[in-house]
Write a protein that binds this ligand. Structure first.
Ligand code: ASP
Length: 464
């Protein structure tokens, strides 16, 4: 067993001239492997089998049903091959590679998507080199090269993690890029693998998850965006949309107007997930960094950190397909699932008891899976502090964060002048120390005046 399975879904790479040998005749999908490989005998020297979808498509026609079809081909033949090459149109390749990266669980073998900007049969085509290199990367085990147990895209000189790649050029042979993650390998005269960026082989058994929720959408903001269009869409009784990827500006910024924010809040209160990703080609969403994104935090919009829009929408389809509870999807959407984002976000909410007291003691349990050893950021947030109707003076609030055995502690103070103020504490340094011992902490909030609040949460970002 040292064969590769080539799965042809369509796209330019598998197109041939309608009349054999006539470069002026129109391009149509090849009928079989011989038609594609026929003019390059070198392709016959590789140990490959070939299957194609019943209907070869321009990848503009890709959809979740075809992703399931591709996943099922891999599932059925998984034990018979050492790797898989998926021929695919370039236009939506990054979506398909992202979707498959979430669907193929415990993948131990390379699944390499490739395509070309022009058909194999054109002189100077990029197809041959893309295909041969993809086959070689998929054959790693046989060639004594590092095995990449991931869904990837190979294009021109680079191997990309599939859920980090984007098509950024419609003509250039480099075509793809990986805005927020390094390339996994480069193909010059030698194949050079960047093993530190490649996933470890999983230990569990391979399986495929096939439920995908198609009722999601991407909304891109632009100056003058008319949010009432969203309002009317979601007011319709038959609106089935369960999730939105909202492409915002810069670090995740959006208009600060009350109407806009109220619309988002109203949508998310209906159980629709809104995931914030940036329109910028590199960088990440940092909710709360600027005032222009702080408002989004209160609307229920969640951060997609540095996910590509392709990864964000397919992850949303995957999670909504798998879990029916939007609250669960909300939590999991913010955690890294398969290398698609550089940070995981854990939001620990503490329900308010609305009791006016001088001293409150809160116990917080940080989820074990958060891996505090890779902590990057930790912010403690008290929203809408309330001193009662008659409050007309200033008050000092002191907050002490402690390990449960009192061994570590740190105190913060703030003078508050009116009802409705917030308190935001950076507790990164404290949590970093605490993480060496435990995942629990106590927080004591004290004031010389009785207080309550609307909401308390602890926001933790960890590296992956
Ligand atoms: N429109 C084609 C597709 O995505 C372009 C290509 O294959 O490169 O199917």
């Amino acid at each position: 067993m040292n064969k590769i399975l080539i799965i042809n879904t369509g796209g330019t790479i598998g197109m041939v001239h309608k009349e054999k040998g006539n470069p002026l005749s129109p391009l149509i999908p090849a009928k079989n492997w011989n038609e594609i490989a026929g003019i390059y005998p070198v392709l016959e020297t590789f140990n490959t089998d070939y299957v194609q979808l019943k209907d070869l498509i321009d990848s503009s026609n890709m959809n979740s049903e075809i992703w399931i079809e591709i996943a099922e081909i891999i599932e059925k033949s998984y034990c018979d091959y050492i790797g898989f090459v998926v021929l695919h149109g370039t236009d939506t390749m990054a979506y398909s590679a992202s979707a498959l990266s979430f669907m193929l669980k415990n993948l131990e073998k390379p699944v390499i998507f490739t395509g070309s900007q022009v058909p194999m049969q054109y002189p100077r085509s990029d197809a041959l080199q893309n295909l041969i290199t993809a086959i070689q990367i998929a054959s790693a085990e046989d060639l004594g090269l590092p095995v990449v147990p991931e869904v990837c895209i190979f294009f021109r000189d680079n191997l990309y993690r599939g859920n980090r790649a984007r098509k950024l050029d419609a003509t250039n042979y480099f075509g793809f890029s990986t805005p927020n993650y390094p390339v996994l390998a480069t193909a010059g005269s030698e194949l050079m693998f960047e093993t530190k960026y490649i996933k470890n082989r999983p230990t569990g058994e391979f399986y495929v998850e096939k439920s995908l929720e198609p009722d999601v959408m991407i909304v891109q903001l632009f100056p003058g965006f008319n949010h009432s269009i969203l309002k009317s869409l979601f007011s319709q009784g038959n609106c089935s949309i369960k999730g939105i990827v909202l492409k915002t500006y810069g670090n995740g910024n959006a208009p600060t107007g009350k109407d806009f924010l109220d619309t988002l809040k109203w949508i998310s209160e209906k159980g629709v997930l809104i995931v914030n990703v940036t329109q910028c080609s590199t960088g990440m969403v940092k909710l709360g960094l600027y005032e222009a994104s702080a408002g989004l935090l209160d609307t229920g919009v969640i951060s997609g950190t540095d996910m590509t829009p392709e990864a964000a929408i397919t992850k949303l389809m995957f999670l909504l397909g798998k879990y029916k509870d939007p609250k669960k999807v909300n939590v999991l959407m913010q955690e890294e699932l398969n290398g698609e984002q550089s940070l995981s976000h854990y939001l620990i909410n503490v329900e308010s008891e609305n009791l006016l007291e001088k001293k409150h003691k809160i116990h917080i349990q940080i989820p074990e899976r958060s891996n505090l050893k890779k902590l990057k950021n930790a912010v403690f947030y008290i929203k809408n502090i309330y001193f009662g109707e008659k409050f007309d003076r200033s008050a000092v609030i002191s907050i002490t964060v402690k390990s449960t055995d009192n061994y570590l502690s740190k105190s913060f103070e703030k003078t508050v002048f009116s009802n409705g103020e917030d308190m935001i504490l950076d507790i990164y340094e404290f949590l970093k120390k605490l993480a060496k011992f435990e995942n629990n902490l106590d927080i004591v909030v004290e004031s010389d005046h009785e207080i309550s609040w609307d909401k308390i949460n602890l926001s933790i970002y960890t590296g992956v």
